[in-house]
Every structure is written in structure tokens, then in C-alpha cells.
Design a protein around this ligand. Structure first.
Ligand code: UDP
Length: 239
């Protein structure tokens, strides 16, 4: 039990682009640190935290293959990009005095732990933040699917998808000032309306495992903690 939140164990999914700041590419260490501090506020609540970070700030398999690269090779490059982002986040979190593990779906023992489910669970029980890297380890998947898979394996109570917007809207709130935010929406509605919360395979996997997806803004200071203690705004995708 936890006094300030109903959650004991959560998955935080962020895109690689969240780490690039205003640069348009790559890693912006002050931005990584800002997000690490958001994670710290939730860690201090005693919540067990899993993280998956995308790789789109460095490399996306689809863009590589669109330019003539072989798709699976391009996807492996994308997975390696997520390892770099995971290491950057680990460095920022450890700088704040938080114990972390980077756990890679592709073995590279000098850099990260291999993924062993029971071992990862043990880390979480010891309040170490587990950053799951290299996606699912398979081409043709995304880190949204990886986050859903690991969240299911780790028995997380929800996936928190940190974005630039504080939830899911009926139309783009950046373009329409009459856009309205949903408090909750079903997996099927997200799929049918192509709302772009996560890709379809990730949504389908979350639906199968009844794993709620909470969409919130990571741009607002205190945003992550606010969602967990119930004071902030978000949209929950569930049945
Ligand atoms: N990727 C993959 N398998 C996975 C996860 C990721 O092949 O299980 C590759 C894929 O090429 C993808 C890239 O890694 O484009 C980066 O991940 P993603 O696009 O999900 O990152 P994000 O958009 O969240 O930054």
C-alpha cells in the first residue's frame, strides 16, 4: 500500500524525441535531467518504476528502410538507439542518487543486464528503477509494444505514456481551440478513431491484458507526480 497513490508499480513510456529538447535530434542532457527529476518525484512516493524510452531522436527503422536500408537491419539500429537513450536516463537518475538498472532485450553484457524476468522483478522490489532497453529485441515492433509487453510481464498496474499533451482529445488541441479531452476512452475507440495514442499492436496487447494506458503531459513540471496522486489531468484508455 501507498498513502499518496493507488499505484504500486508502473511503467513510464516516453518517446526518444522527449529527450532531444529543442535540438531536433539526439540527446539534450538538461532535458534528460529534467525528466529524471520528474521520475524522482514519483520514486520518492515509493512507487516501483519501470521505464521504456524510444529511439526516434536518433534512429527509426522505418525512416532507414524508406531510404533504401534493409528493414530488419534498420530496426536493429533503432533498437540500439534506445540503448543509448536508456544509458543517458540511467546516468541522469543515478546523478540524483537513484539506483537503476538498464536491462536490454539484446544481450550486451558490458553495457546492460540481459533481460531475465525474475531478476527484473527483484530489482523493482528493491526500489531500483528498471529501464528496459532495445525494445522487444525483435524487428517490426515498436517501443510502445515493448513498454506494453514489459508492463504486462512486470505486472505493472498501468502504462503512463508521457507526451506533449495532457491526454487524448477528439481533435488536435494545437490546431482547434474547441478540442475536448476525454477522461477515459476505450481501447476499441482509440483503434477505430485512429487516435494515435500508441500503435495498434501495442493497444491490442494492452487490451488483451486489461492494462490501462494513462496519457499525460511530461512538459508540465510535477506532471508525472500529479497524475499519480490524482491532482493532474490525463486520459485513461481502458475497457
Ligand atoms: N524497434 C524495433 N523493435 C522493437 C522496438 C523498437 O525494431 O521492439 C526499432 C524500430 O526501428 C523503431 C526504433 O527501434 O523505429 C525506435 O523505436 P520507436 O520508434 O518506438 O521510438 P519512439 O518513437 O518511441 O522514439
Amino acid at each position: 500500500g501507498n498513502e499518496t497513490t493507488k499505484y504500486n508499480r508502473v511503467m513510464l513510456k516516453i518517446s526518444g524525441e522527449a529527450l532531444m529538447g529543442d535540438q531536433g535530434f539526439g540527446l539534450h542532457p538538461p532535458t534528460v535531467e529534467r525528466i529524471a527529476k520528474e521520475v524522482q518525484t514519483v520514486h520518492e512516493m515509493g512507487v516501483e518504476i519501470c521505464m521504456v524510452i524510444g529511439g526516434g531522436n536518433i534512429f527509426r527503422g522505418l525512416s532507414g528502410s524508406a531510404q533504401g536500408m534493409e528493414r530488419t537491419t534498420a530496426d536493429y539500429m533503432g533498437m540500439l538507439a534506445t540503448v543509448m537513450n536508456a544509458l543517458a536516463m540511467q546516468s541522469a537518475l543515478e546523478g540524483l542518487g537513484i539506483h537503476t538498472r538498464v536491462i536490454s532485450a539484446i544481450t550486451m553484457n558490458e553495457v546492460a543486464e540481459p533481460y531475465i524476468r525474475r531478476r527484473a522483478v527483484r530489482h523493482l522490489e528493491k526500489k531500483r528503477i528498471c529501464i528496459f532497453a532495445a525494445g522487444t529485441g525483435n524487428p517490426y515492433f515498436t517501443t510502445d509494444t515493448a513498454a506494453t509487453l514489459r508492463a504486462s510481464e512486470m505486472a505493472c498496474e498501468a502504462i503512463f505514456k508521457g507526451t506533449k499533451v495532457d491526454g487524448v482529445y477528439d481533435k488536435d488541441p494545437a490546431k482547434h481551440n474547441d478540442a475536448t479531452r476525454y477522461d477515459t476512452i476505450t481501447y476499441d475507440e482509440v483503434l477505430a478513431q485512429h487516435l494515435g495514442v500508441m500503435d495498434a499492436s501495442a493497444i491490442a496487447l494492452a487490451r488483451e491484458n486489461s492494462l490501462p494506458i494513462v496519457v499525460f503531459s511530461l512538459d508540465d513540471e510535477g506532471g508525472f507526480r500529479g497524475i499519480l496522486d490524482g491532482s493532474g489531468t490525463s486520459t485513461t484508455v481502458r475497457d
